[in-house]
Design a protein around this ligand. Structure first.
Ligand SMILES: [Zn+2]
Length: 97
């Protein structure tokens, strides 16, 4: 990837072993800017930085045992819903014709 300053980026990773949380990010070799962080709890993706909002980094820095649990629960149930949504459905429209 390329930083907005034009420098090349390296992948970086920090780990909170106690909460089993990982933050993966890109760090610029030239200016040190960190971007595109993604937060994983117990190996499961829970959050990514948004443009103008370093939400994954904020979650990682503020993470407690309780909020890590909550995040994981919420994300797990959301992902389960999305997975169900992806399953092929019978085309209901076809029955009208
Ligand atoms: Zn840079």
């Amino acid at each position: 990837m390329q930083c907005s300053c034009g420098g090349a980026t390296d992948r970086g990773k920090v780990r909170n072993g106690r909460l089993k949380a990982d933050l993966e990010y890109q760090v610029c070799q030239a200016c040190g800017r960190v971007s595109d962080a993604a937060l994983y709890i117990q190996g499961r993706w829970v959050s990514s930085d948004l443009p103008g909002d370093a939400i994954a980094r904020r979650w990682f820095n503020e993470l407690t045992e309780e909020s890590a649990d909550q995040l994981l629960t919420v994300v797990t149930s959301l992902q389960d819903v999305f997975e169900e949504d992806d399953s092929p459905r019978e085309p209901e429209q076809a029955e009208l014709f």
